[in-house]
Design a protein around this ligand. Sequence first.
Ligand SMILES: CC(=O)N[C@H]1[C@@H](OP(=O)(O)OP(=O)(O)OC[C@H]2O[C@@H](n3ccc(=O)[nH]c3=O)[C@H](O)[C@@H]2O)O[C@H](CO)[C@@H](O)[C@@H]1O[C@H](C)C(=O)N[C@@H](C)C(=O)N[C@H](CCC(=O)O)C(=O)O
Ligand SMILES: Nc1ncnc2c1ncn2[C@@H]1O[C@H](COP(=O)(O)OP(=O)(O)OP(=O)(O)O)[C@@H](O)[C@H]1O
Ligand SMILES: N[C@H](CCC[C@H](N)C(=O)O)C(=O)O
Ligand SMILES: [Mg+2]
Length: 492
Amino acid sequence: MGEQSKSLSELGLTAGSGREVRVTGLSVDSRHVKDGHLFAALPGSKVHGAEFVPFALRMGAAAVLTDRDGAAMIRDQLGDVALIVAEDPRQTLALAAALWFEVQPQICVAVTGTNGKTSVASFTRQIWRALGLEAVNLGTTGVEGAWEAPLAHTTPEPITLHRTLAEAARNGITHAAMEASSHGLDQRRLDGVSLTAAAFTNFTQDHLDYHASLDEYFAAKAGLFGRVLGEDGTAVINIDDARGPDMLQIAESRGHDILTVGRRADAALRVVSQRFDPTGQDLRFEWNGDAQQVRLGLIGGFQAENVLVAAGLAIASGIEARDVFATLPKLTTVRGRMQLVATRENGAAVFVDYAHTPAALETALKALRPHTMGRLIVVYGAGGDRDKGKRPLMGAAASDHADVRIVTDDNPRSEDPGAIRSQILKSDPDAIEVGDRAEAILRGVDALEPGDTLLIAGKGHETGQTVGDTVYPFDDAEQASVAVAALDGRVA
Ligand SMILES: CC(=O)N[C@H]1[C@@H](OP(=O)(O)OP(=O)(O)OC[C@H]2O[C@@H](n3ccc(=O)[nH]c3=O)[C@H](O)[C@@H]2O)O[C@H](CO)[C@@H](O)[C@@H]1O[C@H](C)C(=O)N[C@@H](C)C(=O)N[C@H](CCC(=O)O)C(=O)O
Ligand SMILES: Nc1ncnc2c1ncn2[C@@H]1O[C@H](COP(=O)(O)OP(=O)(O)OP(=O)(O)O)[C@@H](O)[C@H]1O
Ligand SMILES: N[C@H](CCC[C@H](N)C(=O)O)C(=O)O
Ligand SMILES: [Mg+2]
């Protein structure tokens, strides 16, 4: 796409002067501006992007998109550079990015919710792939499926998002399932994506470092149905969640087709019962009242909800329900989500899970109980520079649902790791405190007796421990196998 250029009107933009300019690319960061680019000077959480306009102009920007405040800051600096003033420049940028990159996979679906987005997006992609469709999922674990690539964010900013979708479409990928993070929705990153269906998993506390209140956090998520999903789209909603009915109402008011999931008697995809064993579960469910039974090779009761939400998205994408259900036994664990990573010689199992919210920790621990005859041991911590309110709630969840708890570090970032641990320990005072995560895992593995289970929570698929600005290589799954090998006298 190197030499391409487009006029402002081809990008749906109008300069204040009415002048038509051709641009050679889009940038949201002045440091990435190239000759002829449109620079989106966005109002930021720390600084207004308009501060960087002089630099963007030196880099060759041909047009600037900003809001009224930004325009007031830069009007006399622009010379003959085109100025586009928008009410909501983030949304305008998202729509322009969609037009710039031109194509996206024919079927795109998105999933929001506090927990379960990566799992649902991966399961949806796995269902499509099992039916021979070219499909990817995009989110926390990068681009996965027919094509693999890392992504810096769960929901990338619109330029990266549309570049990725266009590259996928040009390489023959017809189906994409993406995660819609609350940050991404709040910042309109997905507003240019044309969605066939969208899903809601659940809503509990997270990210109150970013959103001013739980209501604002919910409103951001609700934007997926209230704004992004078009009126002809299908809304797949978990109505068991306390906020499910609110989301349902929003979707109904937009005229979406509705597909409900849950245990409630009126759910279209209804969980009837589950039977757990060491390698997975048998799931009985109903589809519009018709009984179905499938074997799932997945640990954790909550995975059945995620699987049915994914099945709902696949049905909404135009596939026969019967064909969708036939693929479910083939679904495999998502990396770092209830992943069995090691087993001790005495049979005790070690799981890694990405539970990093109070509700996720509770869910993950409760999910392991039916698979555990002995004690449930957990190694956990909480991230630095993130929602501080989560910390005592995570302590309470662990103390309520695990028999032995080891509190350790999980990406302390710029904070004092000891201070984070003590905020957790306030509500889990009997937990053992071991700051060093590798040592904490070793202690957890060492404590395992026959019939016990160890859950290592919080980092899932992550491959680093961020302390200050430094990311040290760290992988929970690898540390668990090293610990088991060391203690059982085997080579890792
Ligand atoms: C908190 C947050 O989401 N910030 C996003 C936001 O930046 P901001 O408004 O805070 O930026 P700012 O620092 O105030 O700067 C304002 C503007 O000036 C620009 N700038 C800044 C410096 C410069 O030299 N030149 C320049 O042009 C910036 O690009 C920005 O547009 O807008 C930027 C441009 O779109 C994003 O890159 C940035 O994401 C940052 C990198 C980020 O880390 N976001 C995380 C928290 C995030 O989005 N996470 C979610 C949630 C994951 C989950 O569910 O757990 C995700 O989807 O990954
Ligand atoms: N349906 C669910 N209900 C409750 N907890 C869940 C559910 N699905 C997953 N979890 C828990 O949340 C953790 C994260 O799951 P997943 O990565 O799928 O969520 P996510 O929404 O993508 O998270 P993130 O916002 O960090 O990207 C899991 O490891 C598990 O502990
Ligand atoms: N996307 C989430 C992941 C948190 C994972 C946990 N390991 C942590 O660092 O807090 C966040 O950035 O809040
Ligand atoms: Mg995710």
